[in-house]
Ligand binder design. Structure first.
Ligand SMILES: Nc1ncnc2c1ncn2[C@@H]1O[C@H](COP(=O)(O)OP(=O)(O)OP(=O)(O)O)[C@@H](O)[C@H]1O
Ligand SMILES: [Mg+2]
Length: 405
């Protein structure tokens, strides 16, 4: 059997540090704030970006730099489904324990956690923090003091603390969270001269809107750092180094297509890279391999994002049929209203306007500003690939059915 190395691509999880690309402005900016932190200034950053754009990856890259260059102890707490302060605070302290238990100075902070630390798992290699409910409530209220106690203990070994609160989508809808954060910041400012703690909240743009509605003065405390698409050069750098890591050569025309279809979206470049890597047989990616990979990635992305959002959500056969007609020319991202209209039945024409509005609402298409009025394009290059493939399958199925009747 042909032995295949592990794929260097990680669709769906934060990228390993050595394959991290781009974001140099944001990294530079955040490192300046980290520098402030080590002089004792409590900093608050709100890292914002769309789903899958690379927020967690950037945060984890920053954490690694903060540790190696600034001797800052960093924790990355994933809060996706958490909607209450007690559990959030419990996780923060548990993560602090996990990060420090491997350090020689663990014993210095261990006592702060009382008898509520448990060694868990086989060989006791993991640790959990589970105080009773009333203790936890107290910890939520006295969070600034509790952190300050930890800092006192670690300051000989570390210059400060970085706390990454990743994915606050649930918490951002709770006024108790917004108020708690505001009073944390106020209390620190009024009670401590030095408080070397950097907190980074990570969320979607709408989470920030929600927080600022709940607690208008809260947003003033944050420095907002936004991330958007990667440039084509950054995508190319990523794909080159990922393939190089597993000793695979990539032909220039194959690279060009993989970069194009990634549309600057990190999640797509990983899916395309991964699918192409798995298709390849001879350690040389040529154009055919890349096209195979792009089609496969289209299928995966379509199943994950378009099926639930479009095919299952839109029940109207008319809409689906129009959608297929929008992606009729394979591998073409843009279309004009006029061209598609010419292919529609009278029946479909009646709902075309509403169809376009619905697809825009669902963020599947957007106006193509470069091409002027009446021009639209899919939000990325891979959606039309999937829709086109789905349409081919549909045609095939209908033909097959007709032949068997
Ligand atoms: N700078 C980068 N370099 C290389 N790969 C990246 C980079 N940023 C993100 N990725 C990859 O893109 C995908 C999405 O990244 P990540 O999970 O960090 O995004 P996110 O914004 O946190 O997503 P979500 O909103 O779902 O939490 C992952 O597969 C990750 O490995
Ligand atoms: Mg994330």
């Amino acid at each position: 059997m042909n032995f295949k190395e592990n794929s260097p691509f990680t669709p769906g999880s934060p990228v390993p540090i050595e394959l991290f690309v781009g974001r140099s402005n944001q990294v530079k900016e955040i490192l300046q704030y980290i520098n402030q932190t080590i002089y004792g200034k409590q900093e608050n950053v709100y890292l914002e970006g769309e789903r899958g754009i690379g927020k967690s990856s950037l945060a984890s890259f920053i954490r690694s730099l903060a540790n190696s260059q600034y001797e800052i102890l960093g924790i990355h707490v994933f809060l996706g489904t958490i909607n209450n302060l007690d559990e959030m605070v419990r996780r923060i302290f548990e993560e602090l324990l996990k990060q420090t238990q491997v350090q020689s100075w663990f014993s210095k902070i261990k006592d702060l956690f009382g008898q509520y630390i448990k060694q868990i798992g086989l060989f006791g290699i993991s640790v959990s923090f589970s105080p009773p409910a009333d203790e936890l409530k107290r910890l939520v209220i006295s969070f600034p003091e509790a952190l300050s106690k930890i800092i006192e203990k670690i300051i000989e070994d570390k210059k400060g603390l970085l706390i990454i609160l990743d994915d606050i989508s649930e918490l951002s809808m709770k006024s108790e969270f917004a108020n708690w954060y505001k009073s944390f910041v106020d209390q620190v400012a009024t009670h401590y001269q030095k408080y070397p703690v950097f907190i980074m909240l990570i969320g979607l743009p709408e989470n920030r809107d929600s927080l600022s509605k709940l607690q208008p003065s809260l947003m003033r405390v944050f420095r907002v750092v936004e991330i958007e698409k990667l440039s084509d050069t950054e995508v190319e750098n990523f794909l080159s180094s990922a393939f190089l890591k597993v000793n695979i050569e990539v032909k220039p025309d194959a690279m060009e297509q993989m970069v194009k279809f990634s549309s600057g979206l990190p999640i797509l470049m990983h899916e395309i890279g991964d699918a192409t890597f798995l298709k390849d047989q001879d350690k040389i990616i040529d154009l055919d391999d890349a096209i195979d990979g792009i089609l496969e990635a289209g299928e995966r992305i379509g199943k994950k994002y378009l099926d639930p959002k479009v095919y299952r959500a839109i029940r109207s056969e008319r809409y689906i049929s129009i959608l297929r007609k929008c992606a009729e020319v394979p591998f073409l991202r843009s279309f004009t209203k006029q061209d598609v209209e010419a292919r529609l039945t009278e029946n479909e024409k009646q709902v075309f306007h509403n169809f376009l509005r619905k697809l825009r609402e669902l963020e599947i298409i957007e106006p193509d500003l470069d091409k002027g009025r009446g021009s639209y394009r899919f939000v990325n290059e891979i959606y039309p690939v999937y829709i086109w493939m789905e349409a081919q399958k549909f045609k095939y199925r209908t033909k097959y059915k007709q032949n068997t009747i």
